[in-house]
Design a protein around this ligand. Sequence first.
Ligand code: C2E
Ligand code: MG
Ligand code: MG
Length: 527
Amino acid sequence: ISQRQIQNQVIDNLYVFQGNGLPAHYMSIIRLPYDGWSFVYMLPASELDTKIRAIMTMFGFLTIGTLVILTILLVYYEYTVETNRKKMYNLAYYDEFTGLPNRVNLRNNYKEVYESTYHDHIDKYYFATVIISNFHMLHNLYGTEISNRFELKLASSMKQMESRLFTPYKGNNSYYAIIKADNRGEVEIALRKLFASAQSIDNIEYRSLFKAGVCSFTSSSMPHNIDDIMDKCSIALYDHKDENVNRNSIVFFVPAMQEEIIRQNNLEKELIPAIYNGEFLVYLQPKYDLNSNRLSGAEALIRWNYKLQRLLPPGQFIPVFEKNGSIAHIDNFIFVSILDLLKRWKEQGYRLVPISVNFSQVQFRNPNLLRDLKHRIRGYEDIIRYIDIEITESATIDSQETVLEILNELKEIGFKLSMDDFGTGYSCLSNISLYPFDTIKLDKSFVDKIDVNFKSSPDVMLVSDVIQITKHFGIHSLVEGVENLDQKNILRDLGCEYCQGYYYSAPLPVAEFERLLCEDKIFEDWR
Ligand code: C2E
Ligand code: MG
Ligand code: MG
């Protein structure tokens, strides 16, 4: 150690070297705060070496350990990120429940199909929207688990069919497929094959029914936007003219369907102005007593003298207004017109006969129905008993208790009540006794089924039974849609009391009905 180094007190640690240049000792000098005093200690270099090596080894292990842990963490992180990324991808592009590509996927793929075929005028593509048309029924019958299995069956059948010609997708409540085919026939074959393979599941007797709305697009006329195609498929799918309720159906979109929707939208806008413009007319269809052949009443039926140019039958606008709820305007118009008519007849001394007015089931959802009616009949109290309110049987299934309450109150006010279209759809014999109806109107379909030459046929027996039941409960029976003498005679023989139909008369303008009423002639049978 050099004197200078010690004097300058700058060296704290130093090696004492052997003559061969290797360190012999390690020396540390710690200066003490006492003037001139220091603490000095020496270690043999070999010992220090061992210690340093031990420390280095430990440090090495630590470093390696840390690196290993870091690597594991990194791998784990990458793995979870990747799995999440995959999950996110699946969630974004595949339907979670069925595993089929979803609408986002469809949108992207459609873009590809669109771009790849835009300049190629050969391929023909079809887009199909498929639903399980009896899904609600399956759900109500078997519950969620089984109805889900029906859905999964459809999805797996679609997956099985997946190919260059058939690409399946899943939307919210519907399934889609892009189908490459030369003509409609090929599309029908593909879809029927799908329906056949997806219709049943193990151990369940009932089968699912399918409905497909299909829109065709050639590569040269492909719209930019898939939404446009989907809209067209929906229009085809929910086209109300398609009445294949109990079997699989495939409906191809045609532009007339879109025109029909535009027509319906226009009708909605035209309703109120048409009422003020006097375009709505009341027609009266006479009802006859089957035994006496005498006029016994009439049913008020709406006619629309559209733009004062041509008569529209109710079938063309009633369903539209029922769908959007504005049917109440029609019903009110008829109701008020009949109040006025009966009042005038009374004032002019005519024979008063009951006139029935149709109340749509939409009206029963109006919580103010009774209040509004009571308001409307002020001043007409003496003719209320000549008004017969017809409601269809289906109105009673909506909310039985509310409808029952309303009907009871209508009876109390003094109205007569008829159950219209009995035998269509929801027929339930217990309804006859449950609700306070005065008359049951058997639907035309009963008459249509009657074979006049086979009086002991099951259909004739059925009509006979229904008539007997009405008698049992003291309710009148009327049959609608009687078109010939044979039908009329057989119904009379079965005990039916009243009848309405073209055999007696079609619906008439008010003036013509008034003439009939005043003449008060016994109807002469004809063949
Ligand atoms: P609905 O109440 O069952 O009326 C009977 C329908 O059967 C009437 O058709 C009548 O013209 C028709 N009809 C009567 N006899 C015969 C026959 O012998 N053969 C055939 N083929 N048909 C016959 P319309 O006038 O076309 O009315 C159809 C439906 O529209 C009515 O069925 C009723 O549900 C509805 N409707 C008519 N006017 C109104 C209304 O003011 N309000 C409501 N809510 N619905 C109405
Ligand atoms: Mg009716
Ligand atoms: Mg009817």
